[in-house]
Design a protein around this ligand. Sequence first.
Ligand SMILES: Cc1ncc(COP(=O)(O)O)c(C=O)c1O
Length: 431
Amino acid sequence: MAATARAPDTIRRLGGGGPRRIAENAGLVITHGEGAHLVDTEGRRYLDFATAMGVAAIGHGHPRWTEALSRQAGRLAACVLHTPEHAEYLEALAEVLPAGLERAALYSGGTEAVEVAVRLAQSVTGRRHLLSFTTGFHGKSTGVRFTGHRHADERSWLGVDWVHDVDYPICAGHDAISYPECAGDGAAALDALDEYAAGLEGGVAAVIVEPILGTAGNLPPERHFLRALRELCSRRGWLLIDDESITGFGRLGTVFAASWYDVAPDILVLGKAIGGGYPLSGVAAGSELWDNSLFAEPSATSSSYGANPVACAAGLAVLDIVTGDGFLENVRGTGARLAAGLRDLETESPYVAATRGVGLMLGFDLVDPETGGLAGPELSQRLFLSCLEHGLLVAQVPRVRLNAPLTLGAEEADAALEALAAALAPGAVRG
Ligand SMILES: Cc1ncc(COP(=O)(O)O)c(C=O)c1O
C-alpha cells in the first residue's frame, strides 16, 4: 500500500501520544495545498478554514514565500554566527511592532516564546505569580500548560502554585458586525482579578492574555476589556503579556490586535502566522525589560533554531506579504463579507448560534436543535463531516473556529458560505 494511504495507521502506530483530534475526525490524508485549498489523496479540494490553527495564514504555496525559503535553504540554513538575514528581519519586524517594543528575540514555537515572555516578566519584576484567563491557551510546556485553567489536577499534583486563572469577560450578544458597538469593559472580571491578586504572596509578575480567545472558540472579550486590563496592570505595576500567537500578522485586519484594541502591552508574543508555515516565533519587548532581565547576558535568549536564516527569510517574506498593498484591506473586506453571511446563516440554520469574531477570526456555536444547548460530540462530528463533504474544513467543533487564510478572495468567501449553508441546512444531518 502506498505510504499516503497508510499514513493514518502509521501515525497512530508509530506517533508518540495520541494523534491530532481534528485529523482523526476528518479521516483524510492531505497531499498538498493550493492557495486557500487543501487537496486530498482523491484530488478533492477543501477550503482550509483551519489553516493549521492559524499558521498557514498566507495560504499554501504563496510564491513570494516559497521562493524566499527555497533560495535561503540552498544558501545557509543554520548558523551560530551573525547573519544578514537575522539583522534584516529584525529591522523589518521593528517597523511593525507596537511602539516601545522594538526588540525581539526569535524562537521556533509559540510555547517556547510564551515561556520566555513569562521568565522575562518574572526576572524583571522579581515577582513570581502569573495570572491568566480561564479557557485561554498559551501552550503545553511545564510552565505554561497550567494557564487558562487547564490540567488543574496535574497542577496541584506538581505543586505549581504560581500560575493562576480568573474569568475572561467573553462578549455576549454581539456578532461580528455589531461587535464594535459592544460597550462592556469587563469590569466585573477585572474586579475579581484584582481581588484575587491581592491574596497572592510574592506578588504578580504579569498577566497573560489572548486578545481574543482562540483555542476556546474564537471568542472576543467585551470590547473595552483590554484597555481596562492595561490600566489595571499599570496601576498595580504588573506587566501585560499580549499573546498574539493567533491574532498577530493580520488576522484582525490590522498587523496586531494591540492596534485594533488600541492597547499597549509590555511584552508581545509572536507565533504561528509569523513564519507562514516555517517554524518561527518571537517575544518583543522594550530595552528596559530586556536589559534588566536574566536575558541580558550573551546567549541567554538563544536557542538552537532561534533566528536561523531560513526562518528569518520566511518571516521576512510573510511581513512583505502582510504589509503589502491591499492585504489588510482584503482581510477586513473578506471578513465583513463572511460576517454578513454568518448573520444570515444564524437565522437560517437550526444548528448555528452565537456567530462572532473580528476580521478573519470568526466563529459560531453548533447547537442541538432538540435541546437548544451546545451540540454533543456525535452531532458535532456529523456536522463537521457535513462541512467537509461540502468542501470546507473548519478548525473545531462544537465551538467552531473559522480561521480562513488571510488571502481569501471574495469568491472563495462566498463558496465557504454556500458550503456552510448546505452543510448546516435544516435536516442536513439525521439522528
Ligand atoms: C494563543 C496561543 N499561544 C501559544 C500557543 C502555543 O503555540 P505552539 O503550538 O506553537 O507551541 C498557541 C497554540 O495554539 C496559542 O493558540
